[in-house]
Design a protein around this ligand. Structure first.
Ligand code: 6PG
Length: 243
């Protein structure tokens, strides 16, 4: 396996969003052909919103068989689903409310519950969808990169970063002290396909830190090494400006 990161740099975040939406469509049709379903875990934050909005447009919406798409979340803030900080709220407004996906196929992390309870409940959901598997194998996972090098809600030095048994963990953003729920590292690393979406000059230093030293274990994003899947990085020119 080469050390060279599979990196694609786009002039603009619009072009990056189109490429990410195309990736979603391609992975969906491959998985649905293979196993009649497409299990995808979405990232939160600001960067992926444009991708979700694109997927809801005519051009993209009709190219996806939403009937067998199962939407999951890579992480969630410990807030109710109508809270401005809720990742579900963002994805619902941008995508879920605009495409014909069965309600039962939208697997939301219950941010309104006590985080440990929400994490256990979500693990139970995953264990029923991925029944009999040692780890869930998502067809696609979208990931973001925080300025501190976190991804999903796996923060530097956090206990959740060290979790090797549970599929979902409760954690806390060390900066805001806000509680979060997150998929754990082994789950992320068992994906068939994962894509980091990185936009903006404020991410340039961190992206360079991660990609220039792939063997390092310093940052959570360094620890994304898929067991047997394809990992790619989609960055805009600003984010890639130090590479
Ligand atoms: C979240 C995310 C988180 C995010 C990064 C980047 O809930 O915030 O899932 O991991 O991807 O913090 O966030 P931005 O895209 O907002 O910069």
């Amino acid at each position: 396996m080469s050390d060279e990161p599979n990196l694609k740099v786009f002039h603009t975040s619009d072009q990056l969003a189109i490429a990410a939406a195309e990736l979603f469509v391609a992975c969906a049709s491959d998985s649905q052909r293979e196993s009649n379903r497409f299990c995808v875990a979405l990232s939160g934050g600001k960067t992926p919103k444009q991708v979700y909005e694109l997927l809801a447009t005519d051009d993209f919406r009709r190219r996806v068989n939403w009937g067998s798409v199962h939407l999951f979340f890579g992480d969630e803030r410990a807030v109710p689903p109508d809270d401005p900080d809720s990742n579900f709220k963002m994805v619902d407004a941008a995508l879920i409310s605009k495409v014909p996906i069965p309600v039962e196929n939208v697997h939301r992390m219950k941010g309104e519950l006590e985080p440990e309870a929400a994490a256990s409940q979500y693990e139970a959901t995953l264990r029923s969808v991925f029944a009999g598997q040692p780890w869930p194998r998502f067809d696609l996972i979208f990931l973001g990169l925080g300025e501190d090098g976190h991804t999903a809600s796996l923060f530097p030095g956090s206990e959740a970063m060290r979790e090797q048994v549970r599929w979902v963990a409760a954690t806390r953003n060390p900066e805001t002290q806000l509680q979060r729920i997150t998929l754990t590292l082994p789950v992320l690393n068992h994906a068939k396909h994962a894509a980091f979406l990185v936009v903006g000059r404020n991410k340039a230093q961190r992206l360079s830190d991660v990609l220039s030293d792939p063997q390092s274990h310093k940052l959570p994003a360094h620890a994304i090494r898929l067991e047997s899947g394809e990992l790619e990085w989609l960055a805009d020119a600003e984010a890639a400006s130090l590479l």
